[in-house]
Design a protein around this ligand. Structure first.
Ligand code: NDP
Length: 336
């Protein structure tokens, strides 16, 4: 089923820059933005792939330019920004998307992989922001929509063994985005982050850990995972909404992704950790600790029946085949 929901050309007049546009989410998003009317500049290192993206866009009647840039090279990114300004005017939509995921156990000390992820996912992202932020603030000052959309990941918030460095870089992106909004929102620059779950792209091809590769291949096979077109439509929608609306943090899971379900299942704790403070309400039963004590019993006594009920329900749930499957997936995930 097609992910395309937007119709017409709502992005006409927009100048969009997409980093990491030679493959995966970036390539498909660039094509979709162009279809919806934007002029698109695609950035990545592989020029042949970028040329292919431009050819597809032009064949469909769109306008695009390929600039082969390593975004970890600050001067090269600045030069790209200058070329965009000279050719098309200031960019008003930046999809800051280039990234790499290299999973390994921390004790393996794959410090070169750590550095590569930090250099690209953090410094590369910052280089794009530094070069194109003046474009965005200028566009906004002229009354145009202006969007900075950074690609983070569900890894920014999920606790996954062996993902430490990658997750750390994505947590940086997610929190940076929240902070930037404080400064840029008042200037009418919309700042946003998308946090996708598993998307079927080249990303896992770079992973060298065989267990992690296998897990990703299984997930792609099992969960009807997200497609680049789903991300593209979301990014386009974020840019197409009225200027005063800023969709800021979009988390996207495949509906059947067990990791998303696990995150929700974990939910609120049954009881606050440690001794309850005076006046603090228990979440379950809304019993005040001091009430329990006044009656000669302990506050915990009022909570326990509810815990028993929840425990019984969990036992029942575990009997259902799809829940058992989900728990198995979670355990596999936790072993990674
Ligand atoms: P791809 O590997 O297909 O895309 C990565 C892109 O980044 C490529 O276009 C690559 O092009 C570009 N890139 C890599 N290094 C550089 C560099 N030094 N300078 C410029 N461009 C560079 O994977 P995805 O499409 O999946 O990844 C896009 C983003 O989505 C990443 O930030 C990733 O972390 C994130 N993400 C992916 C998920 C997934 O499951 N696939 C889930 C959540 C987030 P080139 O090699 O030509 O330079």
């Amino acid at each position: 089923m097609s992910a395309a929901l937007l119709t017409g050309t709502p992005l006409t007049g927009r100048v969009a820059v997409v980093s990491g546009a030679s493959s995966g989410m970036g390539a498909v998003t660039a094509q979709r933005l162009a279809e919806l009317g934007a002029t698109v500049i695609v950035l990545a290192r592989r020029k042949d792939k970028l040329d292919g993206v431009v050819k597809t866009i032009e064949a469909a009647g769109g306008t695009a330019l390929a600039l082969a840039v390593d975004v970890t090279d600050r001067a090269a990114v600045q030069s790209a920004a200058d070329q965009v300004a000279a050719r098309f005017g200031k960019a008003d939509l930046v999809f800051n998307n280039a990234g790499v995921q290299l999973i390994s156990g921390i004790e393996e000390l794959k410090v070169d992989d750590w550095q590569r992820q930090i250099d690209l996912n953090i410094s590369g992202l910052m280089n794009v922001i530094a070069a194109f932020l003046p474009h965005l603030t200028d566009s906004a000052a002229q009354g145009k929509p202006a969007d900075l959309i950074n690609t983070s990941s569900i890894a920014a918030t999920r606790i996954l063994a062996k993902f430490s460095i990658y997750s750390g870089t994505k947590a940086y992106i997610s929190h940076l985005t929240r902070l930037l909004r404080v400064e840029l929102g008042p200037k009418m620059v919309r700042v946003a982050t998308i946090e996708p779950g598993m998307v079927d792209t080249e990303l896992p091809d770079h992973v060298t850990d065989p267990d992690a590769s296998q897990l990703m291949a299984d997930l792609i096979h099992d969960i009807d995972c997200l497609q680049s077109a789903d991300i593209a439509e979301t990014v386009a929608f974020m840019a197409a909404v009225p200027r005063h609306v800023n969709l800021t943090e979009i988390t996207m899971y495949a509906t059947r992704d067990p990791r998303g379900l696990a995150a929700r299942r974990r939910g609120p704790r049954l009881r606050p950790r440690g001794r309850p403070q005076r006046g603090q309400l228990h979440r379950l039963g809304q019993a005040r600790p001091d009430q329990g004590t006044r009656r000669g019993g302990r506050a915990d006594d009022r909570v326990r029946p509810l815990q028993r009920l929840v425990a019984q329900q969990l036992v029942e749930l575990r009997r259902l085949p799809h829940v058992r499957h989900r728990l198995r997936e979670d355990h596999r995930q936790a072993r990674l």
